[in-house]
Design a protein around this ligand. Structure first.
Ligand code: AMP
Length: 457
């Protein structure tokens, strides 16, 4: 009989435990269970954790705990130097990470702040000048502040590189090198990445000292809570298919991924014309527009959010039921990141990919990376003359765990190949709550839901 592992057993301070309880967390997730002790012990960490595994708390909690003895109630900025720096690839992720840090630090005197590009730098400077212990930043804006001498990094003792794979993909390596050269040599480094490419390993060699490696899911694996499927469809039929799916599914929250900003904007306009409340989120939109679209999506006034990869990175929308890849990504890692938007923290999700002939090669790359075949399905288009091509995929090795999963072959006559589309999506708040920080009441331990460590009472 093993002991139930909860947050108390991890040796966290009462101030942090109180905040966790208020956030509704009862049981640590696997990455928290494994990562927190390593980070508390002071060593470097290289963690392979997919998005939605609870990785933010896995680095934020030990970081806060280690800074607690240095917390000060003084109003003097000198008493609040930046001691922990968290770098993220996107503004959205930076905002979300800092929200979490703030929530966990609410019963401490530690201060946190987020700085990111796309907004007037002058609005951030006064906040920086008051002094903050934990700074969450995107690399470019951090360098801007350093250039303007509004920020000093010579007291940094902990560095977190969050979603490091995406930072490399986005070309942040030169910025990272410049930032790291400004930090004290003696510091603790925690690196998190959803995928482990050779480049990531090189980055770890360069920046980490004898890191302990932790992996909570097989590297480059995709979440088992997510039912994945492919519709083989001509590029010219994709829009019709999408509208059909969205109308049938009566989906309240769907993220639709496109490769380009232009397609994202065009598609969102087309959906609006069809009476579907849609908005686009991509790099050409201002930060205010992106936040507005995201808030509307979270509130349910926008039901279909069309996004490019960069813009969608880091979005944490609890219990998002569906992701649609209108165009599948040419970089297979992006597929893992995209479908990580659904099936978070143990919830179930559906990830549908539209694949045209030209995209077959990318699909093969994705299947190679995730080491499984994605079932191919057919769906009849509601057009008199045009139909999505019948699936060429036969039996697959993919073991679908959900009950409503459709078989790989379906007669094309059927209205919908998946019963999921025939029943309306009910927001989970009205049903049994799944673990997330805002829901209250009785929960299933998230670690169990995430298929994590065995926990015996
Ligand atoms: P992350 O992977 O850090 O983006 O976290 C994914 C989601 O899981 C967020 O909504 C967190 O608030 C939630 N979460 C993280 N840790 C726990 C936990 N131990 N119990 C319940 N929910 C959690």
């Amino acid at each position: 009989m093993t002991e139930t592992v909860n947050f108390d057993n991890l040796g966290l301070a009462p101030e942090l435990l109180k905040a966790l309880a208020e956030s509704g967390y009862t049981t640590p997730t696997p990455i928290q269970l494994q990562g927190i002790p390593v980070a508390l012990a002071g060593g470097d960490l290289m963690a392979g954790a997919q998005t939605g595994t609870g990785k933010t708390a896995a680095f934020a909690l030990p970081l806060l705990q280690k800074l607690l003895p240095l917390a000060s109630s003084s109003t003097s900025p000198a008493k609040h130097p930046v001691r922990a720096l968290i770098l993220t690839p996107t503004r959205e992720l930076a905002i979300q990470v800092e929200e979490s840090v703030k929530a966990y630090a609410k019963h401490t005197q530690l201060r946190s702040l987020v700085v990111y590009g796309g907004v007037d730098i002058r609005t951030q400077t006064p906040h920086l000048k008051t002094g903050v212990e934990v700074l969450v930043a995107t690399p470019g804006r951090l360098l801007d502040h350093i250039e303007q001498k509004t920020l000093q990094l010579n007291q940094v003792q902990m560095l977190v590189l969050d979603e490091a794979d995406r930072m490399l993909d986005m070309g942040f390596m030169p910025d990272l090198r410049r930032i790291l050269a400004l930090l004290p040599k003696k510091r603790q480094n925690l690196m998190f990445s959803a995928t482990f490419s050779n480049e990531i390993k090189k980055l770890a060699d360069e920046f980490l000292t004898n890191p302990q490696l932790i992996e909570v899911a097989r590297s480059n694996a995709t979440n088992d809570n997510v039912t994945q499927k492919v519709y083989q469809v001509a590029q010219s039929d994709k829009e019709t298919l999408l509208i059909q799916l969205l109308k049938q599914a009566d989906a309240k929250q769907v993220i639709i991924f496109t490769k380009t900003k232009i397609t994202a904007s065009r598609l969102s306009r087309s959906l609006m014309k069809e009476g579907i409340n849609a908005d686009a989120i991509h790099g050409d939109k201002s930060q205010q527009e992106r936040i507005k679209a995201l808030d509307a999506f979270k509130a349910g006034t926008v039901t279909a959010l069309v996004a490019t990869d960069v813009a969608a990175r880091g979005l944490d929308i609890s219990e998002l039921p569906m992701v649609i890849n209108y165009e599948i990504p040419s970089a297979p890692e992006d597929y893992v990141h995209r479908i990580g938007r659904t099936g978070r923290a143990g919830a179930l999700g559906v990830a549908i990919s539209f694949v045209s002939d030209d995209e077959e090669k990318y699909l093969l790359e994705i299947e190679k990376l995730i080491k499984r075949q994605i079932p191919k399905e057919t769906i009849a288009l509601n057009k008199p003359t045009q139909r999505a091509r019948p699936a060429t995929g036969t039996k697959t090795s993919y073991q679908d765990k959900t009950q409503d999963a459709a078989p790989a072959r379906r007669p094309a006559k059927q209205k919908s190949s998946d019963p999921w589309f025939d029943k309306p999506y009910e927001p989970s708040t009205e049903k049994t709550p799944l673990p997330n920080r805002i829901s209250s009441g009785k929960k299933k331990p998230v670690a169990v839901l995430l298929g994590g460590l065995p926990i015996n009472k």
